[in-house]
Design a protein around this ligand. Structure first.
Ligand SMILES: *[C@@H]1O[C@H](CO)[C@@H](O)[C@H](O)[C@H]1NC(C)=O
Ligand SMILES: *[C@@H]1O[C@H](CO)[C@@H](O)[C@H](O)[C@H]1NC(C)=O
Ligand SMILES: *[C@@H]1O[C@H](CO)[C@@H](O)[C@H](O)[C@H]1NC(C)=O
Ligand SMILES: *[C@@H]1O[C@H](CO)[C@@H](O)[C@H](O)[C@H]1NC(C)=O
Length: 621
């Protein structure tokens, strides 16, 4: 304690010295921040800087004013501070060592003036700090007048009507509501019922101290305002002079006015054909849409949804005039409430072919086919076979038919003005005649004695019988008006020499074709056994080069050099004269290159001799 006092005295002397140097007149001086901003719920510090000749004898207090009476919140004396009980800040306010007031969990009603007062031996002084509390309001909610606003037949609304209400809750300080028509702000007119639009604002202070603002919008709309889309915005202040906004959802002005015109139309964009669904739409220019009555030929039609009538899978019987009546009893006496629309249904009758189903002719004869239909519009008829167009008319003539003319002919009817309106029928033409075999594809084998497959393709009706000479294993497949006979047989010396014959026969006659069977990649048979005795590598070389002896010698020299190299490598390796590690040696011994060479040698006629020359150790694998 003694030491503290000594220290205090020293500090005091210093201060006195400083004060006597700087301040001419010795007094207590209090400095605060005039305005402090905080967001509700946060902690705020209100600084208070006291200068006095004898600070340790200072008495510093923080006050607020309640109903024009001062109330102390906290004080500090001789280095200790205390907060008072029973104030609005009890439990949330403390005093710092630097005399500042610290308020935690700031509330909206903490927005007030705070006084920092200091008393010393030479007098007292105080300063006022203003606390501002901010809190962003909730997104504004827009509520419409659900009933809508009635507009009379003259197009005016007699008295101002409530359009809707905009509410934004819990803001601080009190926010402002602005109404918008699309993105244009509506003039802020309050309670002036003579204006076209005006607002009735109201504010509610919540128990929390926050403000809930409401604005009710009134309007005398005309029918010209029917497309008005409204929204409201809450504008509020935040610390550092920031002004922010939050927008509501939009609200479409709901005006009620009677029908002046009725429109009735076909929704389908393409010409209607049998089988289509037809959509009819009846609409008025009034709001809301009234109910509608639909009828055709004096008969009431059901199944409409509002003004939408769908007639499903129409036939030509559904064509005609459709009527729609708008049941709007508020409409003026001159308004034509019934409208009609004509629906055309296009059709194309099934295509009929004469003769029916199938026709049978002999090769060389002529045939004529007719195709007919009917349509609601101009149509075309087309004869096709295998997607090839043969005729652009209703009739098709074939002079002197061949076996290739046999098959299915299609007649396609189309209505060019109606996309998708098409019908088709078909007829089978059977052409009977002597078989005709296609040019044969010769067979090929690698060597004599191999199996070979040959295919003999023939047209002809009735389906021909196939005879192969020599015979083999046979199978038959049908493809359009062709028949394929496939034989598999052994390519004997006789077959290679004389070929194979295929005969196709039916009641009208027969056709015969000869197939050659050749050895693959060769026009003449191989002639001697020397080839077989040679090393395979030589044999291939011999074949490819056509017996060029120079190349043969070159290859022999190369192989011998390679052998020598391998042997030399091996010996060097065994004596450890190669400058590589044990691992490397092993790699050399088992590398792919060496293995390949060894395999090649083994396949030669003298495997033992070669192995001996290499002195190869037995493989480890
Ligand atoms: C509007 O307020 C809501 C809360 O009510 C908030 O979630 C949203 O972020 C705010 N929008 C803007 C643009 O401040
Ligand atoms: C809102 O603005 C539109 C043009 O954007 C205008 O036609 C309409 O009359 C306005 N509505 C009101 C109520 O002022
Ligand atoms: C009628 O059909 C239109 C589409 O063509 C649709 O937008 C509308 O909602 C329908 N009306 C009713 C009452 O179903
Ligand atoms: C020919 O027409 C008949 C029915 O008329 C049909 O069943 C058949 O599939 C058609 N044939 C071809 C190849 O289009």
């Amino acid at each position: 304690m003694e030491r503290t006092t000594t220290l205090g005295r020293f500090a005091c002397l210093c201060t006195l010295l400083l004060v006597s140097l700087q301040v001419s007149q010795a007094s207590v001086n209090v400095a605060v921040t005039p305005e402090v901003e905080v967001i509700k719920g946060m902690t705020v510090t209100l600084p208070c800087k006291v200068t006095a000749p004898e600070p340790n004898k200072l008495f510093v207090e923080w006050y607020i004013e309640i109903a024009a009476t001062r109330k102390r919140i906290a004080f500090s004396s001789g280095g200790t501070s205390r907060a008072e009980d029973g104030t609005p800040l009890t439990g949330r306010a403390t005093m710092g060592d630097d005399m500042s007031l610290i308020i935690s969990s700031v509330r909206a009603d903490d927005e007030r003036s705070f006084f920092c007062q200091a008393s010393g031996v030479v007098g007292s002084s105080e300063a006022k700090t203003q606390l501002k509390v901010f809190f962003a309001p909730e997104k504004p909610i827009i509520k419409s007048n659900d009933r809508g606003i009635l507009i009379d037949t003259e197009g005016d609304s007699p008295a101002p009507s409530e359009v809707g209400q905009c509410v934004s809750r819990n803001g601080h300080p009190q926010p402002r509501i602005i109404w918008y028509n699309n993105s244009v702000p509506l003039p802020e007119v309050q309670k002036d019922t003579n204006e076209k639009t005006f607002m009735l604002p109201s504010v509610q202070k919540e128990p929390s101290g926050l403000f809930t603002v409401t604005s009710t919008l009134f309007m005398r709309p005309t029918k010209a305002d029917k497309n008005t889309v409204l929204h409201c915005t809450v504008e509020y202040r935040m610390p550092n002079g920031k002004i922010l906004q939050n927008n509501s959802d939009t609200l479409k002005l709901n005006l009620l006015y009677p029908t002046e015109h009725v429109t009735f139309s076909v929704v389908n964009t393409e010409p209607i054909k049998e089988g289509d669904d037809v959509m009819l739409k009846c609409e008025t220019d009034g709001n809301p849409q009234p109910e509608f009555d639909f009828s055709k030929d004096g008969e009431s039609l059901t199944g409409a949804i509002g003004g939408n009538l769908t007639v499903r899978k129409v036939t030509r019987a559904d064509a005609g005039q459709y009527n729609c009546e708008a049941l709007d009893f508020d409409a003026g006496p001159d308004v034509k409430l019934t409208q009609s629309v004509d629906v055309t249904v296009h059709y194309l009758d099934p295509v009929m072919i004469e003769p029916q189903q199938s026709v049978q002719v002999k090769t060389g004869e002529a045939v004529e086919m007719q195709c007919k239909t009917k349509s609601s519009d101009d149509y075309t008829l087309q004869w096709k076979k295998d997607s090839k167009v043969l005729s652009q008319a209703g009739s098709l003539q074939l002079e002197s038919v061949t076996l290739a003319d046999a098959g299915v002919y299609h007649c396609v009817g189309m209505v060019p003005s109606v996309p998708g309106l098409t019908k088709e029928a078909n007829i089978t033409v059977v052409v009977s005649g002597k078989p005709e075999i296609e040019t044969p594809a010769n067979g090929e084998v690698v060597k004599e004695g191999d199996m070979v497959s040959l295919t003999c393709s023939a047209m002809g009706y009735p389906a021909p019988q196939f005879t192969w000479k020599p015979s083999g294993e046979q199978s038959v497949t049908f493809e359009g008006n062709k028949i394929h006979s496939r034989v598999t047989l052994k390519a004997t010396a006789e077959v290679l020499k004389d070929g194979v014959t295929c005969e196709a026969a039916n009641e009208h006659g027969a056709d015969l074709q000869k197939f050659q069977v050749n050895l693959k990649g060769q026009n003449h048979p191989p002639n001697n056994n020397d080839v077989d005795r040679g090393i395979p590598v030589f044999k291939t070389a011999d074949k490819q080069q056509g017996g060029s002896s120079g190349v043969v010698i070159a290859v022999v020299v190369c192989v011998l050099l390679l052998l020598l190299l391998v042997a030399a490598l091996y010996f060097l390796n065994k004596k450890g004269k190669l400058p590589c590690g044990k691992k490397d040696k092993k790699e050399v011994g088992s590398s792919d290159v060496n293995n390949d060479i060894v395999v090649e040698m083994k396949s030669s006629e003298k495997p033992n001799e070669e192995a001996g020359l290499l002195n190869k150790p037995p493989p480890e694998q």
